[in-house]
Write a protein that binds this ligand. Structure first.
Ligand code: AMP
Length: 290
């Protein structure tokens, strides 16, 4: 496996592969890899000839009071996991990918209005900007993202469409711990009480899903079901719980008639956790989270 640190070298490496008709896949990450990331590598391998995993803790997507400094990092561990998974290139730009006087950003104006976009101002501007840069640096044919970051995935698809990036976006399902907690690099920053409360995120979504499968279509009733299972999250607190149109991420009214995204975020002292499911009235039994 090759480790590339220099953005220009990354672009040259990919350009040379593309000239030879080799299909390039990319999995963008912030490192401290877990099975969720590795499942995306496997998807990328199935759809391309060479796979690049990018490892960059992107400062522009962190707010001033967020956890940029505390974000877990372990390069040697990540390198070994990539090597074992058959990644071809680990792109870890050591000096970052931003020019000192960088001044151009990608801003999405509709899908980013709610959910994490509302509670983390500027977050998606940073995400879309770095993903656009990574598309240009890796010249990927295929890029793979996780459904855990549901709003991010929809925004990246929208950016790719609206700015005509010649890249195919694929997604992989949420990979979970045995107790249902969605894997996340940030889980290691949870204290014991927070970690003990964390399984209730998925449990609450599954309760809503069971109600949905029994025929419940009322948004308020499903919200109540979720809040009931979430209960008192202390030392955490609910950041948001929203049931939105799966495509437009807009309000759906009282009754669910088209696919919805049910998304929630909880702020624990050490980390903010997110989780989601989609509910589809046309196929109510086909949406079970794994
Ligand atoms: P991150 O390193 O957290 O920025 O995530 C990098 C990519 O991995 C994103 O596309 C995430 O959506 C995806 N990802 C993170 N956690 C999971 C998970 N538990 N299951 C599936 N994909 C994940």
């Amino acid at each position: 496996m090759k480790v590339i640190r220099d953005p220009h070298e990354m672009q040259e490496w990919s350009a040379e592969r593309r000239r030879r008709g080799i299909r390039v896949g990319v999995v963008p990450t912030m490192g401290y890899l877990h099975e969720g990331h590795l499942s995306l590598v496997r998807l990328a391998k199935a759809e391309s000839d060479v796979v690049i995993l990018t490892l960059f803790v992107n400062p522009t997507q962190f707010g001033p009071h967020e956890d940029l400094e505390r974000y877990p990092r372990d390069f040697e561990r990540d390198r070994a996991l990539c090597e074992a998974e058959g990644v071809d290139v680990l792109f870890a730009p050591s000096t970052g990918v931003y020019a000192g006087d960088h001044s151009v950003y990608v801003v999405e104006e509709v899908l980013s209005a709610r959910l994490c976009g509302a509670s983390r101002p500027g977050h998606f501007r940073g995400v879309l900007t770095v993903v656009a840069k990574l598309f240009n640096l890796t010249l990927a044919d295929v890029a793979v993202f996780g459904e855990k970051d549901a709003q991010q995935l929809r925004l990246i698809r929208r950016m790719t469409r609206d700015l005509n990036f010649p890249v195919r976006i694929l997604s992989g399902p949420i990979v979970r711990e045995a107790d249902g907690v969605a894997m996340s690099s940030r889980n290691r920053n949870l204290d014991a009480a927070s970690r003990a409360a964390a399984p209730r995120l998925q449990a609450s979504l599954r309760a809503a899903e069971r109600a949905f499968e029994r025929g419940e279509r009322n948004v308020q009733a499903l919200r109540a079901e979720i809040l009931d299972v979430l209960g008192d999250l202390s030392p955490g607190e609910l950041d948001y719980l929203e049931i939105l149109d799966d495509q437009s991420l807009s309000e759906v009214g009282d009754l669910i008639r088209a696919p919805v995204l049910v998304a929630l975020a909880v702020r624990f002292p050490g980390a903010r956790l997110i989780d989601n499911i989609t509910l589809n009235p046309e196929a109510p039994h086909a949406t079970r989270p794994q």
